[in-house]
Design a protein around this ligand. Structure first.
Ligand code: FAD
Length: 315
């Protein structure tokens, strides 16, 4: 059966785009994660739809990956097929004040294209180290901006293998959530509506935000960004710091001393180290402040630590 699956995947995406036992630590910003049984890189939406169709027919779980910048992958790896929509799937077109980007386009590249085209609105996302797919599905945001502010429409692949156009109003975009996430759709392409601006001002805003990130965030270490969602009325980082957990570590995983809202891979951290650290932080913060910290990062694969959610891969 496995040989048949492999042959079918290669027949669709091309042998060079189907990797076997691919270490996920190469594809996550945490630099953590065991192997994916199969790692597939489609070039077109038709290839993508066919790969998912094959997974369903062969009863193999599948998971969509962007740049892996919001993800903790288990040390045991990922059973089934990881489908990465990234560099092979990253066309960007600019028409007037609209930018259309395929799901795998990087936010940094779109921000640069917007700047070159004298378009304002994407500056807030320039430093979010993920793809359009990852940003839309999570309604990524930073420094007062969020995807919701600039998205016009999205093309998705639905659960029946059909392509749908969804207008912004249909996306139910909220704090780090969307209907796409709830329904398990796959983002294919997004259209952003920006405004004409002055190149110097756009560049200035991007530089300002970049400097704020460099100053405040532990960018010198692998991480998945803010580990926890912002609890209403609080800041996760402050709660963690006030609970005395600055620099707290489990194995190679550590609460960043620079920004307590970030769990970092301070050196050879395992996924289990990160999960144990997260559970301890949640327990201690709850004990000290009564606030439950919900994780923002996604988990993929099976984890041994009790209470860990083993995460959605699609049946
Ligand atoms: P991945 O991590 O690959 O995937 C995240 C989730 O999206 C997964 O559930 C995956 O299945 C799903 N997904 C990915 N692509 C698709 C698709 N095409 N269709 C359907 N589902 C898809 N986030 C912020 O919001 N604001 C920040 O300021 C910010 N700063 C960060 C700073 C650092 C240093 C780091 C490491 C991370 C930061 N993040 C931030 C987190 C992360 O970059 C974002 O959540 C980003 O949008 C994730 O995109 P990705 O392509 O890496 O997604």
């Amino acid at each position: 059966m496995e040989q048949l699956l492999y042959e079918r995947l290669c027949g669709t995406a091309g042998t060079e785009n189907v990797l076997v036992n691919e270490p996920m630590k190469k594809h996550t910003t945490f630099r953590i994660g065991g192997p994916a049984d199969y790692f597939v890189l489609p070039h077109t939406k038709e290839e993508l739809a066919e790969i998912i169709h094959i997974c369903k027919e062969e009863h193999v779980p599948w998971y969509i990956l962007g740049n892996g910048s919001n993800l903790l992958v288990s040390d045991q790896g990922v059973p089934g097929v990881v489908i990465q929509l990234y560099k092979n799937f990253s066309r960007i077109t600019v028409e007037g004040d609209r930018i259309t980007a395929q799901a795998g386009a990087a936010n940094s590249v779109i921000a640069r294209r917007a700047l070159e085209s004298g378009l304002s609105g994407y500056e807030f996302a320039a430093g979010i180290p993920g793809t359009v797919g990852g940003a839309v599905v999570m309604n990524a945001g930073a420094y007062g901006g969020e995807m919701k502010d600039i998205l016009l429409e999205v093309t998705v692949l639905d659960e029946n293998g059909g392509f749908q156009f969804l207008k912004k109003e249909e996306l139910e975009l909220g704090y780090r959530t969307s209907i796409i996430l709830k329904k398990g759709y796959v983002v294919i392409e997004a259209v952003f509506g920006l405004t004409y601006g002055h190149e110097e001002e756009i560049r200035g805003r991007m530089d300002e935000l970049k400097n704020r990130r460099v100053e405040k965030q532990p960018l010198e270490y692998p991480s998945a960004g803010s580990t926890f969602k912002r609890p209403q009325g609080y800041f996760a980082g402050k709660l963690i710091m006030d609970a005395g957990l600055r620099g707290f570590s489990v194995g190679g995983a550590k609460v960043s001393e620079k920004h307590c809202g970030f769990v970092i891979n301070a050196g050879e951290a395992t996924a289990e180290d990160v999960v144990k650290l997260i559970r301890e932080v949640q327990r201690i913060v709850f004990e000290k402040s009564g606030v439950h910290l919900e994780t923002e990062i996604k988990f993929l694969g099976n984890f041994k630590t009790p209470g860990s959610t083993s995460v959605r891969s699609n049946p």
